[in-house]
Design a protein around this ligand. Structure first.
Ligand code: UTP
Length: 236
């Protein structure tokens, strides 16, 4: 009798914020350890990583805005910076991770058939790399999206400016979507916990979003591999 093959694990998508990749403190060591973690996790499950542009993208976008560039042109500047970060991380991870980051969601899905992890930056104007992560997750029927960000959880107010902000461990999609809508303006270089398009896409597909501090690598690994982690879970 033919043996049934074990079901392969569902893909996981992780969105690493640019403000996590480059903080100006201990970046080399962090990137080395992050690359090692992603290489290891990518061997055990199909893993896609999106990289944000962070402060570098925002600085170029600010300069471009002063120069009179349109919002679409500013988004394209931001995309180029996110791709630079993707190339840096992909090169450090090394094979089988594709050295040249895919530039579309369709190409990233295609690459994942033969390599894991796959690292990419932005795709087209109008959203952020969180949005790319969400679109990928929907296409891949991912188990979850992990948002590796510069706060350690979702709070009822910005914890950087409100020391008494309350940490929220679990939220419904409805609760989270109203928080995103209240904080998002739609301009290039905007920065919130997760972007509007991303939240809408994941909510509609009922794919959970887990929020973790990107600099806490053991905790990030726990979230990537589906173990108990410290952070917030939205929709599951
Ligand atoms: P990011 O994904 O870095 O956005 O893209 P962010 O909100 O600043 O996130 P952090 O700080 O890295 O966590 C930077 C900018 O690039 C453009 C947008 O203008 C975005 O604000 N972008 C990025 C796009 O237009 N499309 C993309 O697919 C990705």
């Amino acid at each position: 009798m033919p043996r049934s093959r074990p079901t392969p694990p569902a893909p996981v998508v992780v969105s690493v914020g640019g403000s996590v990749l480059l903080t100006g403190a201990g970046d080399r060591e962090y990137l080395e350890n992050l690359a090692e973690l992603l290489r290891r996790c990518g061997r055990g499950l199909p893993l896609v990583v999106t990289t944000g542009g962070g402060r570098t993208a925002r600085e170029y976008i600010r300069l471009g805005r002063e120069l009179g560039l349109t919002e679409v042109e500013l988004d394209e500047v931001g995309i180029d910076v996110t791709r630079l970060h993707a190339r840096l991380l992909a090169a450090r991870i090394g094979p089988p991770c594709p050295a040249r980051p895919p530039t579309t969601v369709a190409d990233a899905v295609h690459e994942l058939r033969r390599a894991s992890p796959v690292v990419l930056g932005g795709t087209e104007p109008g959203h952020t790399t969180d949005g790319v992560a969400a679109l990928l997750a929907v296409r891949l029927r991912a188990a979850r999206v992990v948002n590796a960000t510069d706060v350690d959880a979702v709070y009822d107010r910005d914890p950087r400016t409100h020391p008494d902000a309350r940490r929220i461990a679990r939220l419904t999609w409805e609760e989270f979507r109203s928080m995103v809508a209240a904080a998002t303006s739609g301009e290039a270089g905007q920065n919130f916990l997760f972007d509007h398009l991303g939240a809408e896409s994941l909510a509609r597909a009922a794919i959970p979003l887990w929020v973790v501090s990107g600099r806490d690598l053991p905790n990030l690994e726990a979230a990537l591999t589906g173990r108990t982690f410290r952070g917030s879970r939205i929709g599951g």
